[in-house]
Design a protein around this ligand. Sequence first.
Ligand code: HEC
Length: 212
Amino acid sequence: MSKNDQISGWKRFIQSVTRAKDIENEEEIMTDHDYDGIKELDNVLPPWWTAGFIITILVGAFYYINVFFNSEKYNQYEELETEIAEAKAEVEAYKEANPDLFKVDVTLLTDAASLDAGKKTFGTYCVACHMADGGGGIGPNLTDDHWILGGGMEKVYNTISEGGRSGKGMVSWKASLSAQQMQEVASYVISLQGTTPANPKEAEGEIIWTKQ
Ligand code: HEC
């Protein structure tokens, strides 16, 4: 097959899927519309386009029938439930594979490395409201012995994990911090007690708790 034959074969193929008129024969499909010299050709819809359009209609019909009349097979609610169950199983598997991240341990940590890690977490997530020295701002002063939600590791951990009273601004951190991070930052908060911040906020809360 010569090169010319190949080219004309390709042209014929394009012609068959577009049914476009050659430029020389355009006159045949020229309409008499004339807008300031701009004329209009009455081209046929290209067969490739028409085929695509028909396919979307067929797929649409297939989809409609399956979703609305074959709901045992395609039930969105069941699909949702299956996916939720799968996601839950994945979360459980992740928890099992990373027990350290999720094991709630409310033992007070006092070693330098843990307190340092707690300080870092505090610096990232908490300073905006509690100030770097814990003196308080939007959130209460964390250095005094008055507590709104309760002092001591268990209570402080719970406040960090679950958040404060609704609408007060102290959100639950358990989605952003691991159990270990919460243990560290709670320990760090407790280590702040008794320190003297630069601008201490007045003590708030009825609960008095002082660490030994
Ligand atoms: C958007 C501001 C904001 C951020 C950020 C924030 N807090 Fe708070 N925090 C508050 C407010 C407001 C309260 C008081 C909640 C209440 O009254 O229920 C509070 C309360 C607390 C309490 C309880 C104090 C008490 O007197 O019982 C602790 C502990 C605490 N925050 C620790 C943290 C830690 C740790 C972080 C970082 C992980 C953090 N907070 C981040 C605003 C914030």
